[in-house]
Ligand binder design. Structure first.
Ligand code: SF4
Length: 214
């Protein structure tokens, strides 16, 4: 892949398997790549451990981008109103804005880890100076290729894959019911904190992570 020197090359590491595999694929091909992780401060401990493993195995540095102290700062600004699929302020404030601040007005190519066997858009900035590219799609790489890349590199899977399929905040409202159950089993302290987020409002209001259910 040709690299222009005045253009930045950035790759967002999510804590999941696909972006880790993309780093494996590209870290030698594009040595000037800048890796970043948008830290909500509410990730699972397994995720932070996985990030350390990626850096150690590949010899790369991941920049931790933290949006104003992460989730709690924004929750206070939104008056305790928990994010939801309909009001997804968390992604905008904690994932996309920190990326845009990291890039500023520089021209950048953003390498997005969407596989050839996936049908989704991913969270990408719409700023005109940040151009998304999709190396997995372009090269026809599917899930089996991602597994092979991670195994061959010695990085493997994040440990939370034993019980949960997605990276992200431990209280993510996209979790399925069995993932909430497993959270309570694996990390009872974090489950208790997720419960507290529903209940601890000075004026007695209650918000829930799942619509209509505590
Ligand atoms: S993991 Fe879930 S709760 Fe956390 S920022 Fe992403 S969508 Fe929001």
């Amino acid at each position: 892949m040709a690299c222009q020197t005045n253009v930045r090359h950035i790759l967002g590491i999510s804590g999941g398997k696909d972006s880790a595999a993309l780093a494996v694929l590209l870290h030698q091909e594009i040595p000037q790549m800048e890796y970043f992780f948008c830290d909500t401060h509410k990730e699972l401990p397994e995720t932070y451990e996985f990030l350390e493993r990626i850096q150690a195995r590949l010899g790369i540095k991941i920049h931790y981008l933290s949006a104003n102290q992460g989730f709690d700062h924004w929750l206070a600004l939104y008056g305790g109103y928990l994010p939801s699929p309909q009001s997804r302020w968390c992604t905008r404030q904690m994932k996309i804005k920190p990326l845009e601040a990291f890039v500023g007005d520089d021209e950048a190519i953003s390498y997005v880890a969407i596989r050839a066997d996936e049908n989704r858009d991913g969270y990408i900035s719409t700023k005109p100076n940040i151009k998304p590219v999709y190396p997995f799609r372009d090269r026809g790489l599917v899930k089996a290729d991602i597994v092979r890349l991670l195994e061959d590199s010695g990085i493997g899977y994040p440990d939370y894959y034993r019980w949960r399929s997605r990276s992200g905040c431990y209280f993510c409202f996209f979790q399925r019911k069995y993932e909430w159950v497993k959270l309570a089993e694996e990390h009872p302290d974090l489950f208790a904190k997720a419960v507290a987020y529903e209940q601890e409002h000075a004026d007695g209001r209650t918000y829930t992570w799942t619509q209509g259910e505590t």
